[in-house]
Design a protein around this ligand. Structure first.
Ligand code: PAF
Length: 276
């Protein structure tokens, strides 16, 4: 496995590769990321994992400074998983000049996570477009845990006619249902025991919808109250249309239930798709 830090070296290394599968990450890798690399390997002989903590997608009061940087351990895991190349540019390689040219993902950036994290999806879309230009993959794999991010990337690829096949992989979970995330490492022992409740609450909403409940705002209000009663601070727990993440109506058949809530100082997100 090659560990590469510059775009020039990456281009040289990739020159002879005919099909590249790409997994963009911010590092601090866990089983969920490695699952994405295995999916990439099914689509391409050469797999590239990028590791870059992207300042542009963090708000001023967010965890950019304390986000875990574990490059050595990440490389060991990538090598064991059969990754071909780890691309780990530093900030001056990614942003040699202030990034005045950015990608505006449109209205989807202002809903759900975009409310609590203004500018987040512009930062994500901008760095992903840059990474796509650097790696020039044929296939790119993203996890569905970041459902809104997947929609933003889908819009980016479709609307800019990028010749990249996107694969959105199922969320990898711990045995108790908690969606795997680098931020789970921030949880205390007590918080970690409570954390699966977010997924459990989404599943309770799914059960209610399957049983015929179509008053989605009532369902959402009850779930917010249930989470608050257990000590969570929810940003949202909501029933949306899969197509554009706008609020679902009783007529919609392809739904996604999404939640974001803070447990102590850690913000967790999760979602469950539901087809009626
Ligand atoms: O999902 C992530 O880890 C990040 O948002 C991404 C796609 C690597 C862009 O920085």
């Amino acid at each position: 496995m090659d560990v590469i830090h510059t775009v020039a070296e990456l281009r040289r290394r990739l020159a002879a590769e005919r099909r590249v599968g790409f997994v963009p990450t911010m590092g601090n890798l866990h089983t969920g990321h490695l699952d994405l690399t295995r999916i990439a390997a099914r689509h391409a002989a050469c797999t590239v994992v990028s590791i870059f903590v992207n300042r542009l997608q963090f708000g001023p009061s967010e965890d950019f400074d304390r986000y875990p940087r574990t490059l050595g351990d990440d490389c060991v895991q990538c090598e064991a998983a059969g990754v071909s190349i780890v691309f780990a540019p530093d900030e001056s390689e990614m942003y040699p000049a202030p990034q005045s040219c950015t990608v505006d993902p449109g209205p989807i950036q202002h809903i759900l996570d975009g409310v609590a994290r203004p500018g987040h999806f512009r930062g994500v879309a901008t760095v992903v477009l840059k990474l796509f230009g650097m790696v020039q993959p044929q296939v790119a794999v993203f996890g569905r845990k970041d459902y809104q991010q997947c929609k933003v990337i889908e819009g980016l690829v479709t609307q800019f006619s990028l010749p990249i096949e996107l694969v959105f992989a199922p969320t990898s979970r711990a045995d108790d249902g908690l969606a795997l995330s680098s931020r789970n490492g921030y949880l205390s022992v007590t918080e970690r025991a409570e954390a699966p409740w977010l997924n459990a609450e989404l599943r309770r909403m799914v059960d209610a919808i399957r049983a015929g409940q179509r008053e989605y705002s009532q369902l959402e209000a009850a779930s917010v109250a249930a989470l608050v009663a257990r000590g969570w601070q929810p940003d949202y727990i909501t029933v949306r249309r899969q197509s554009d993440l706008e609020p679902a109506t009783a007529a919609d058949r392809s739904l996604v239930l999404l939640a974001a809530a803070r447990l102590g100082s850690t913000r967790l997100i999760d979602n469950v798709e539901l087809s009626l």
